[in-house]
Design a protein around this ligand. Structure first.
Ligand code: HEC
Length: 250
């Protein structure tokens, strides 16, 4: 008898909570597209949030009144089902809603995303590291062209791409090794004045012609500033060589 009334009280609480006003900080409405709701991620994730924070979440469809939305707008929080999912806090002053936004980006929220499995595989993962995106997008050059320019002009001496390890000159550092320097960007922006390039490199509108008594010892490397931008964009995108100790010179 006692057990039964406790159950009834619990049901009443859950039902009552759903009807509570949106101003209640202990619960909020989360709008989620059907595909995401049906993936099962929410069923896995939300109880973990509620357990930790005592804040309840009511799922609603896009277009319904809500305090938080998962979808295309806002801050990217995870990827899966062919897209990046972002969180948009529609009512930032709602305590429960803003706690959810914090939670989903911290380690507990992230482990709830990556811990969700369907038949042993992990359908959702974290968005690409922000730092990587930032570094990549910082350079406005054309990455693909940069790869080609690098291979044609720098590949005479440097290994410039994976798969090209057999090319280049062994004693010349690979682009992967150079990329692992903290100041790789400085070095790549000024390589044409750094040894040994000065003797054989011409940058349109930048470098002086080779001195008459000191012509380029090899077929000269002729580039434009656009080419250098493209090389920077390409090198920004490559993975640094994993080196135990930082490289010095070679
Ligand atoms: C003829 C051979 C040759 C060519 C062509 C060449 N390099 Fe180099 N590069 C070298 C050698 C050798 C070093 C190592 C110099 C040293 O360690 O003192 C080097 C070093 C570098 C460094 C590091 C410089 C430093 O001092 O930190 C950068 C960056 C670089 N090269 C970029 C390029 C780029 C970009 C191209 C193509 C546009 C290119 N190199 C073409 C031979 C070459």
């Amino acid at each position: 008898m006692l057990k039964r009334s406790l159950t009834a009280a619990f049901l009443l609480f859950v039902g009552g909570a759903n009807l509570a006003s949106a101003a209640d900080d202990r619960q909020f409405r989360l709008s989620v597209p059907d595909v995401l709701a049906e993936s099962g991620l929410m069923k896995y994730m939300l109880p973990r949030f509620t357990l930790k924070t005592q804040v309840r979440v009511e799922l609603v469809s896009p277009g319904d009144a809500a305090e938080v939305a998962l979808g295309d707008n806002g801050t990217p929080v995870f990827t899966g089902m062919g897209q990046t999912w972002s969180i948009d806090v529609l009512v930032p002053e709602h305590m429960g809603a803003s706690r959810f936004a914090t939670w989903i980006s911290d380690t507990t929220g992230q482990s709830a995303i990556t811990g969700f499995k369907i038949d042993g595989s992990q359908p959702f993962s974290l968005p690409v590291e922000e730092e990587e995106i930032a570094e990549d997008e910082f350079y406005e050059g054309d990455k693909l062209r940069g790869q080609q320019v690098s291979r044609v002009h720098c590949g005479r001496c440097h290994v410039t791409a994976r798969g090209d390890e057999g090319l280049g000159i062994g004693s010349t550092p690979s682009f992967f090794a150079l990329r692992s320097f903290d100041d790789w960007d400085v070095r790549f922006s000024s390589f044409y004045v750094l040894k040994p390039h000065g003797a054989f490199t011409q940058i349109e509108d930048v470098t002086e012609p080779f001195p008459e008594d000191l012509p380029s010892p090899i077929a000269p490397l002729e580039l434009t500033l656009d080419d250098i931008d493209a090389i920077l964009a390409y090198v920004a995108s490559i993975e640094p060589a994993a080196l135990g100790a930082p490289l010095t010179g070679q």
